[in-house]
Every structure is written in structure tokens, then in C-alpha cells.
Design a protein around this ligand. Structure first.
Ligand SMILES: Cc1cc2nc3c(=O)[nH]c(=O)nc-3n(C[C@H](O)[C@H](O)[C@H](O)COP(=O)(O)O)c2cc1C
Length: 248
């Protein structure tokens, strides 16, 4: 074990932050760490928007319905971004490139690039004693987020990240047993997985019933089935297509 592994294994999402700002150096180091993540084909196909304007933060918080989108030391929005391909290019190049950018492959490339950069940012922040929370809730109104941040075509806001000094200490949330997510050579059989899920359902229920905040009775498979049984953010498909991506 080393300090980095300790940081990784101690992760928990933080949703209450002290009223204590980050220094410019801290923000710089977090972004620099994000930038050093591996990137598919060296595209660096993402952008990070640091939101410092209180009105924009409030509007984003309204979109998400979560107070910690506003009440944090720093808010970043991670975007899949192939806009840079549009620059310094001829009309002819653009036509060919934009045809190719419409496929699912390039959408995956840009979303994975953004996620890798974000997770590097998260680890950098946590290694400094800060806490973070990812914010997929910004996609509650992806069109409004795009307008607020003035995002051009080929730029898709994926999620935010609230960063700051933790003002609560939630328990670590359990994860699936390792043999339910790590297989060697071939996928596991369903009976084995179902047994592991049964065990984990009990373990997670135990965690929910005994944690210090928001106690409840629930199971892992129960919450997955419940969430996936409802339609969700159905405007995202058209939004992504409208931006020029994932059309074919
Ligand atoms: C892409 C992504 C989006 C998320 N969006 C939200 C969100 O909108 N609001 C929130 O409170 N937590 C959000 N989370 C945090 C997850 O709920 C959390 O990581 C998960 O429940 C595990 O808990 P832990 O991070 O405390 O271990 C998000 C996490 C990820 C990776």
C-alpha cells in the first residue's frame, strides 16, 4: 500500500463543503492532473469549464435540484469536445471529418477522454484533502446547461464535479464483491453472479440501515431495477445528435 492507494480506497462522495475557497494553485494542479490522463489517439477530446460566476452556478444548481452544485469551493463541468477539430480546417476537411464524427465510436472516444480526465482531477483533489462529488444531475436539462455555458457544436456537457473541503464524514459506501466484477478469461455464469448479488443485497441493506445520514432500507438489485424501470432524460439522445455526434 502507499498513499495514493490509501486515497483511492478512502473515496466517498462529499456533498457538504466548508466555506473555504481553493487557491489558484490548487485549481491549477487539479486541472494539470486531469490533463495528464491518457487520451485516445492524443485527441484530448474534452474540455473542463470552471464555473465561478454565482448566477451561472445558481442556474446550474436549479437544473440539477442539488444545493451542492452551488455550495462548494469550485465547480467544474466536464464536456466531451471535438470542437477543436473544426478550427484551422478547410471546408472540405470539415465536411469529411464531420461525417466521421457522427459515429458512435467518436462519441465513445470523447466521453471516455472526459471521464479519464475527471477521475484524475478527482484523485488529485482527494489527495490534497479535498472532497468531490460528480454531478450527472446537470443532464436534467442538458440543453439549458449547454446554453448557460455557451457550448458550440461537438461539445457535450457530460457531468459536473463539486470540489471543496469536506464538511461531513459519510461512511465509505460498499462495492460489489470483487469476484462479481473481475473475471478471468471469460464472463461469469449467471447463477454465480446471482448468488453474489444476493449476498451483496444484504450487505448494502446493512450499510443503508446503519449509516449516519439518510438511513433507509434498500437493496442493490432493487435500486437498479427501480431506476431502470423509469424513462430518464429522454432529451439527451436528440441533444447529442443535434451537436453532431452519435448519429449513426
Ligand atoms: C458520472 C457520475 C455522476 C454522478 N452524479 C451524481 C449526482 O448528480 N448527484 C450526486 O449526489 N451524486 C452523483 N454521483 C455520485 C454517485 O452517487 C456515487 O459515486 C455513488 O453512489 C457511490 O458513492 P461514493 O462515491 O460515495 O462511494 C455521480 C457519480 C458519477 C460517477
Amino acid at each position: 500500500m502507499n498513499q495514493l492507494i490509501d486515497t483511492l480506497l478512502n473515496h466517498r462522495s462529499i456533498r457538504q463543503f466548508k466555506d473555504q475557497p481553493l487557491s489558484k494553485e490548487q485549481i491549477h494542479t487539479i486541472v494539470q492532473s486531469a490533463q495528464q490522463a491518457s487520451t485516445s489517439s492524443y485527441y484530448q477530446a474534452y474540455s473542463i469549464i470552471g464555473v465561478t460566476d454565482e448566477d451561472i452556478k445558481q442556474a446550474l444548481s436549479n437544473v440539477s435540484g442539488q444545493f451542492y452544485v452551488k455550495d462548494n469551493a469550485h465547480l467544474m463541468v466536464f464536456c466531451a469536445d471535438f470542437h477543436r477539430a473544426q478550427l484551422n480546417s478547410t471546408e472540405e476537411q470539415k465536411k469529411t471529418m464531420n461525417g466521421n464524427l457522427q459515429n458512435t465510436e467518436h462519441f465513445i472516444v470523447a466521453t471516455v477522454d472526459a471521464a479519464l480526465a475527471a477521475q484524475n482531477a478527482a484523485i488529485a483533489a482527494e489527495s490534497m484533502g479535498l472532497g468531490i462529488c460528480y454531478l450527472g444531475s446537470l443532464r436534467n436539462d442538458i440543453n439549458q446547461v449547454s446554453e448557460l455555458l455557451q457550448l458550440p457544436d461537438y461539445v457535450i456537457p457530460l457531468f459536473g464535479m463539486a470540489i471543496g473541503y469536506p464538511d461531513h464524514q459519510p461512511e465509505r459506501k460498499p462495492r460489489l464483491p470483487m469476484n462479481a466484477i473481475y473475471f478471468e478469461n471469460h464472463y461469469a455464469n449467471d447463477q454465480t453472479l446471482e448468488n453474489q448479488l444476493d449476498t451483496f443485497n444484504n450487505q448494502l441493506n446493512n450499510y443503508y440501515q446503519n449509516r449516519s445520514e439518510n438511513k433507509r432500507t434498500d437493496s442493490f438489485t432493487g435500486q437498479i431495477h427501480r431506476k431502470l424501470s423509469k424513462p430518464k432524460r429522454q432529451d439527451v439522445t436528440d441533444f447529442v445528435k443535434h451537436k453532431g455526434m452519435n448519429r449513426k
